[in-house]
Design a protein around this ligand. Sequence first.
Ligand code: SF4
Length: 365
Amino acid sequence: MATRKSKALNIEYPSAETVQIIQQSLLSWYQNDHRDLPWRKNTDPYSIWVSEIMLQQTRVDTVIPYYERFMKQFPTIFDLAQATDEQVVKAWEGLGYYSRARNLHAAAKEVVGKYGGRVPDDLITISSLKGVGPYTAGAILSIAYNKKVPAVDGNVMRVFSRLFALTDDIASISTRKKMEKIAEHLIPDDAPGDFNQALMELGAMICTPTSPQCLFCPVQSVCNAYHQGIQEELPRKKKAKPPQEVPVVVAWITCDEYCVVEKRENHGLLRGMWSLPTWEEITEEDAVESLQNICAEKQLSIKDIRIVGKLEHIFSHRHWKITIVAIHLEKKQDQLLSRWKWINIDELEQIALPNVYRKALDLLF
Ligand code: SF4
């Protein structure tokens, strides 16, 4: 493959002939073979935005029903901007990474307040919105507004690593910048949106993390990794630290048909969300005694206390090893911690509870 080298950026750009082969092969493959996904039915910037935020760290199959429900509940950016935080988080319940929902909501309000509800079509303005990083900005601008802006996600990084046999660590920022420059060089003037989607689709369907389907790949003829037989060795990525293991106690505090829920702090993990009362750094051995002490401090009289189950939940940086303790109180006393409140057990369905607590409730019931 003939190349042109940019010394300053240490990038070897593919030749004009290779670029043309990649563009034509990918576009014609995408036009014939792309998946029929709900967010591909139109090029409305708001719906593309919602789908791209949901797709971060989440599989397409998981996202589809959430996306359809979300768009039914908030069909326009105005509907989303007018919704309460609680409604938005509830609609997101189960998808995890709730800061995505909060940022999207805040950004929708900004777009309605500042730009009359029109999603900005320039890179600087759109990138200033909460939760809109370079990939999301590129996806919206190229797909909705046909702008020649790269949208480089993990799929695209993998494809480029193999296509150009790049051994750079794909977890590093400089590699991402390098890939964005290569993408800029490849995007055709007349079909930026389709081309970006074709690259993502290739990474999702053919050039998959394990066992890439090279025999069916539209760009096999110009793929360096395939010709060198090293496609399974790429991309290179420095191993991330495993999530930190933390012992956690979750309490299921009840009295008659009522249970206690806790509003989490406005910072840190699952910030601002409803949960069951939770303490980090308490081990299973200390669980019962620690909770007895907490109840004694609050003058809550315990009728019964015992460990009823264990479960594990992994967030991006934390691995909770959870002991669930059931506490039955003598009376539905009101002197609770400030972030606690009594609700009827039937009402649990109506509040947005993170997955980890849904798992705990499944175990309890
Ligand atoms: S030929 Fe194989 S390794 Fe190369 S881009 Fe296609 S699927 Fe990926």
